[in-house]
Design a protein around this ligand. Sequence first.
Ligand code: GDP
Length: 340
Amino acid sequence: MNKHAKIFVAGHRGMVGSALCRRLRERGFENLLTRTRSELDLLDARAVNAFLTAERPDYIFIAAAKVGGIHANNQFRADFIYENLMVEANVIHGAHRAGVQRLMLLGSSCIYPRDCPQPIREEYLLSGPLEPTNEPYAIAKIAGIKLCESYNVQYGRQYICTMPTNLYGPNDNYDLATSHVMPAMIRKAHEARERGDAELVVWGSGTPRREFLYVDDLADACVHLMEAGYDGPLLNVGMGADVSIRELAETVMDVVGFKGRIRFDSSKPDGTPRKLLDVSRLAALGWRARVGLGQGIRMAYRSAPFVAQQLPAQPPALPALLRVLSAGRAAGAAVAATTP
Ligand code: GDP
C-alpha cells in the first residue's frame, strides 16, 4: 500500500471507523477520505455512485453499518436489515463501477449459525439456522459477504471480508437501550458506584459466553491485512478466548470499583449461548490480538464520555476519580494476567 494512496473510510465517526482512521494515520497514511452522514447518505445509491466516481479511492474500508446490542437488533429488525443491505450494496457496487480494486467489508461473528461448533471456523458460514434475535442483521451481513465474493469471481475484484467478534473501546455506544453488553456493563457499573447502589442488574442468566476484542486491535488487524495485500476468503478477527457474561460483569465491576452484588434479570433474552471465533486462519497470516481484557476495559472506561468529560470539567472530583481508576488498575492487572 502506497503511503499516498487515497483511502475511503465509510463510517469514520463510529467506533470501528474512527479506530481505522487512527491506525491508518499511525501507519503513515494521510490521504484519508471521509464523509459525514449529512455530506453523503450511504443509503442513496445515486449519491454514492457520484461520490465514488468523482473521488476514485484506491482503497475502501466499509465500517459504516447499523449496529446495536441484542435489544436493538431484536426490536428494530427492519431498520437493521434494510440499512445494512443498502449501505453494502451501494458502496460495493459503486466501488466496482468506479474501478476500485480493493475494498474491505467489516461484518460480525453473528453471521454464523446459532448452534455451530465452537470455536467457530469460517467454513461454518451457512451451515445452519441463525440466532433469531439478530437474524435480519446477520442476513444483511451475509449478503455483503456474498456481494464481495461475487464481484471477485465475476469481475476479478479483491473485495475482502473480516468478521470481528464483539468489539469495545473509544466511541462505543453507551446508550443502554441500544448498546452491546460491554458498554452497558461499564456504564451501569459506573452509575451504580456513583449512586451507591447495592446491586448491578445484568440481563439474562449470565451464562452466555462472549469474546471481546479491543477496537484498536481490530483496526490493527484490518490495516495489516490491507497492507499485506490479503485477497483470500472471509477471515475471523478475535482474541481466541471468551468469558461468561457473569465473569464479564465481575471484571467490569473490579475495574470500575463497584462493590455491590449482581442481580440477573431473567425477563431479558440470553441470545446465542456462545460465540467464540476460531482465529487460526488469521494467526497463520502473522497477526494476533495484543490488548488483554482487563487492560482493554480500563482503557475503554477512561475513554467513556461520562468519565472522560469529568476529568477537565470537574476538577474537585479528580482525586476521587483517580482513586477509582487506580483501584481499577490494580484489580484489572490481575484480570489481564489471566485473560489473553
Ligand atoms: P449479542 O452478542 O448479539 O447477544 O448482543 P449483546 O452484546 O447485546 O448481549 C450479549 C449478552 O449480554 C446477552 O446474553 C445479553 O442478555 C447480556 N447482557 C447482560 N446485561 C446486558 C446489558 O445491560 N445490555 C446488553 N446489551 N446485553 C446484556
